[in-house]
Design a protein around this ligand. Structure first.
Ligand code: SF4
Length: 347
């Protein structure tokens, strides 16, 4: 009797990993998925708290993909281990603060360890040659396979025909002829494949799967590192970068101004860790102060908070400052009216 071969797939929730798994399942291989949670994933955070796009269902696309494929999905928290990948990427950063090459090597290495521990036979990813300049080029794919330790147990079903045959292909566990030959940035072949397999409503995240490819998020991360004087971070630090307007009027403090109700409710959870400011005479955004503001700075913050509330055109607005201890005091101020300055302070 031939042995039932088993593959572990990296599942991002995007179309490519969905199709990659399907191509392998079609060949009678048993597949389970892994989704790594780095803390920078777009999924399930901002999606879940912001009101924008309320009409769209909020879902975790990796779980959705697993459900579509009928596979078991392991969501693995790698927040702590990932810090070294981001802080010291051997291959550097991409256009923004995305260390894609090191990230791929790290994830595939973790998948290889999982594969061995769980008695699986090979690894699959949704990578496509030429789709991403940093990590998905024909030259970089062998680097990932080698440095992750996966070597020729790493199969990229979407573009396998354009790469050297891997061990599962050479051993006949899978038929190379039935795998894909997709290259480049066009999504047309993927859409055709999705259509053929009957997948609808799959995720097409415009900014990719993680915040590190986002230039605004990356600017906030660099600002955080500069303000702290080092690159170490905690999960709360990087979560807060996903929320609100970040305004830094001076190196020793910044403010995080919620942009809508969902963000305001999220920031409520941090009131014990930061001085917070609510607009009390008018409706306005909840704001957190990060750093060590002087009393003059607090006056300025009060004016900025007033600017973002419904009292922006009023003569004066009263805001309530709440210390981390819960102690409160009111400040009545004129709303800040220099929008050019505010724009210059925005991180
Ligand atoms: S986009 Fe983010 S998660 Fe994806 S490879 Fe790059 S750094 Fe890693």
């Amino acid at each position: 009797m031939t042995k039932q071969r088993k593959a572990v797939a990296l599942i991002s929730g995007g179309l490519d990993s969905l199709l990659a798994v399907k191509l392998i399942q079609e060949q009678g291989i048993y597949v389970e998925g892994i989704n790594f949670f780095t803390g920078f994933c777009v999924e399930g955070h901002t999606h879940a708290i912001r009101d924008n796009g309320k009409a769209k269902p909020k879902r975790n696309n990796a779980l959705w993909a697993a459900e579509q494929l009928g596979i078991k999905l392991h969501i693995i928290d790698v927040i702590d281990e990932y810090k070294d990948v981001l802080i010291n990427p051997k291959h550097g950063y991409g256009t923004n603060m995305n260390p894609c090459l090191d990230c791929k090597i790290f994830m595939i290495n973790k998948a290889k360890i999982w594969m061995v521990e769980n008695d699986f036979d090979f690894i699959i990813t949704g990578e496509v040659i030429g789709q991403r300049p940093m990590s998905q080029t024909k030259y970089k794919m062998p680097i990932i396979a080698k440095q992750s330790g996966a070597d020729d147990l790493l199969v990229r079903p979407m573009c396998a025909k354009n790469l050297p045959a891997t061990l599962p292909e050479r051993e006949g566990w899978i038929n190379r002829e039935l795998l894909g030959d997709v290259t480049g940035r066009s999504r047309k072949p993927q859409f055709e494949m999705a259509d053929k397999f009957g997948f609808e409503d799959f995720a097409q995240p415009a900014g990719g799967c993680c915040f590190l490819t986002d230039k605004f998020y990356s600017a906030k991360l660099v600002d955080l590192w500069q303000a702290h004087g080092h690159k170490e971070y905690e999960l709360d630090d990087i979560m807060l970068l996903k929320v609100g307007r970040h305004i830094r009027p001076a190196p020793h403090f910044k403010i995080i101004v919620s942009r809508e109700e969902g963000e305001g409710r999220f920031l409520q959870g941090y009131k014990k860790e930061f001085i917070s400011v609510d607009s009390s005479s008018h409706k306005g955004p909840l704001t957190l102060i990060d750093g060590t503001p002087t009393s003059e700075d607090l006056e300025l913050v009060a004016r900025i908070v007033a600017r973002y509330g419904q009292g922006r055109t009023a003569e004066t607005v009263t805001v309530t400052l709440t210390e981390k201890t819960g102690e409160k005091r009111d400040l009545t101020v004129q709303p800040f009216d220099d929008d050019a300055q505010l724009a210059a302070w925005q991180v």
